[in-house]
Design a protein. Structure first.
Length: 280
């Protein structure tokens, strides 16, 4: 049997607010998009007693054997939803601990594959239960389109939003999501409770922010320099950290500006990972 190919796109937080906390979990609201940068998943059924998950590619080092994909397969088996074993090969092009949701999106896209191929049939309640178990942002990856995540955990999706060109930059270190969230001491007022498509317009996005950014900038002061450098590079619309970091993204209106910015950045910061991409 041949492999099925699945693209697993990186998820970016265009804006993120922390609006409270309940039972150890922070309540967030966010404006989310996906970019062309992706991991590549190959999946096929195998005759074996166990699933096989193989990671390769630039960012495949030190991935724990208990990961989002193994957790997904575990809960699907526990719920007796799958009885076949699978060989899954994942080429990791999305850096770990970057705030780009690589691992969560891998699990989301494999779950989507099982649903679309009618290998499993799930109702909304089951989908929420499974995705919550694997990771809080997995649910977002079931439809890779611009989304508003409200404080009440509702997701409103919008298609055909204006594309943004993105210069994604990551230093040699990553950020632990758990650690960054543990440093949150104040909360924001909810702003995205009435989702609208205009929230994805550049003028609106400019006025938003990522509440976790200052926490990360305090801990890693080198990133303040990076942000400042990006802000002066080819006049971006805005520059912002994604998720809990450590990746920063400069957003541009044109590919030309973005590509020029990438060339300049690569000259100045040779040791940093940097890629030009765009929203999908």
């Amino acid at each position: 049997m041949s492999f099925t190919k699945i693209k697993s796109n990186a998820k970016i937080n265009l804006a993120l607010n922390i609006i409270g906390k309940s039972k150890n979990l922070h309540k967030i609201e966010s404006l989310i998009a996906f970019i062309e940068l992706h991991d590549l998943i190959l999946i096929k059924k195998i005759r074996s007693r166990n699933h096989r998950i193989i990671f390769n590619g630039k960012f495949s080092k030190n991935i724990n054997s208990i990961n989002t994909v193994s957790k997904l397969l575990k809960i699907l088996e526990e719920k007796k939803l799958i009885d076949q074993k699978y060989l899954i090969k994942i080429t990791k092009n999305i850096p770990q601990k970057s705030g780009l949701g690589g691992g969560s999106m891998n699990a989301a896209n494999i779950l989507k594959y099982f649903i679309n191929r009618k290998i499993i049939k799930l109702n909304t309640k089951q989908i929420l239960e499974i995705t919550d178990y694997v990771g809080s942002d997995v649910i977002l990856g079931l439809d890779s389109t611009n989304s508003v995540l409200t404080s009440k955990k509702k997701i409103k999706r919008y298609r055909n939003c204006k594309k943004l060109f993105t210069l994604v930059v990551k230093p040699s270190f990553g950020c632990s999501t758990k650690e960054i969230y543990s440093r949150v001491t104040k909360f924001d007022k909810a702003k995205f409770y009435t989702p609208k498509k205009k929230m994805f317009n550049s003028d609106y996005l400019r006025k938003t922010n990522n509440s976790l950014e200052n926490i990360v900038l305090k801990k890693y002061q080198v990133l303040t320099k990076i942000k400042s450098y990006l802000r002066n590079l080819e006049k971006p619309i805005f520059v912002r950290m994604s998720g809990s970091g450590s990746a920063f993204i400069a957003y541009y209106a044109s590919k030309k500006q973005c590509d020029r910015a990438q060339k300049q950045f690569n000259k100045q910061y040779k040791k940093y990972w940097c890629i030009s991409s765009k929203t999908i």
